[in-house]
Design a protein around this ligand. Sequence first.
Ligand code: SF4
Ligand code: SF4
Length: 437
Amino acid sequence: MRLIAERCKGCVNCIKHCPTEAIRIRGGKARITESRCIDCGECIRRCPNHAKTAVTDCLEHIKQYPFNVALPAPSLYGQFNSDVTIEKILESLLQVGFDTVFEVALGADIVSRAIAEYLKRPDIKRPAISSACPAVVRLVQVQFPELIDHLIPIDAPVEVSTRIARDEAVKRTGLAPENIGVWFITPCPAKMTTVKQPLGSETSNISGAIGISEIYGDLLRAFPDCNGGQKLRRASPAGIGWALSGGEVSAVQAAKALVVNEIESVNGVLEQVALGKLKEVEYIECLSCAGGCIGGPLTVESRFVAQYRMQQRVDGKMNPDAIGNLSVNVDYAAVLGGDERRVIEPRPVMRLDEDISRALYKVEVMEDTLKRLPGLDCGSCGSPNCKALAEDIAQGTACETDCLFKLREKVRDLAREMVEVADRLPPPLVKQSGDES
Ligand code: SF4
Ligand code: SF4
């Protein structure tokens, strides 16, 4: 996540909606505390001045590899009109410079089967929480570390797709694996961070991530040269449906499943799980974007329009003869990455101090300060709410007069004191004429 400082007006819209309170306005500009950011993209959506942006790769970057594979997210299919077949979209990726394509929806087909098997195990923590959305996994790490054991320990479809795609490319070209570029065409910034700091594995197999909005224009320009006759498509409608909220549950055919999307609602549901209130639920599909991945901040189409188009494709109403079948022979254990996985660790960024006695002192300062603050949670101090300002004061990164109400009180007190002092002043000396003599 990056701030374009000259566009930021310090309007506080973003700080009010960040789910992990990662943003502060200091010196009139928004600042993100990286360790708290879960890359949900909410600040990109909320900024009226387009001052927040996600750092992604661009098409130029693929030139560093002799052979390149495009990994289109299923949500890419919802960005184009109904008359554009999936084959045509895949072919346009070849036109803009990729050597081959591998649908992430096909990885989703494989992951769906693995999750269905996993959910049959009697020894797992329930409700099992989907780990497909990296922003949700990070939210659990930062805010609900006690729920880490509930996360499904299976890699997301994009990681699984990358393993198979690289393998297939090595066999096809005879090149070494490190000479194959595998690029995710992504609807969201969290996937970009996954490339740099993978969740659940030491290194990501993905070479980079290109935002859908970054490549959209190039694909449109390539369409006239595509006839869609190359039969590149292999994923099933169920795998494609992962782009929609509820698509994962329907592909897994999970019983007693709860579907939640939008980061604020996800936060609320996870809070209930942490309080032990959802014991009867078997499986929770959580997606940080409204409507699922089709609502990602790096998409270009309205999520409602994209949802309609995706549903048509999933139901097979659009180009039914183009609907593919799951046709890939894979070694499940290898592509699901079981051996490479490491335990997902908590990210205890909410801790006040490493030293327990200093932390306790800071808690006291926080509580005392909070009692003095007005409790309006207006955000005009640059912190998202009064509690966060009290925490910032305890941490030494803010002061009480950052609160406009406290500042006004202070100015009023000072003015009163000055009037009182002025009243106590001796009367001015009035010189009489002739005093000099
Ligand atoms: S991406 Fe999400 S978590 Fe990160 S600063 Fe923006 S709103 Fe906060
Ligand atoms: S929403 Fe945040 S980043 Fe955008 S102008 Fe307002 S304060 Fe700056």
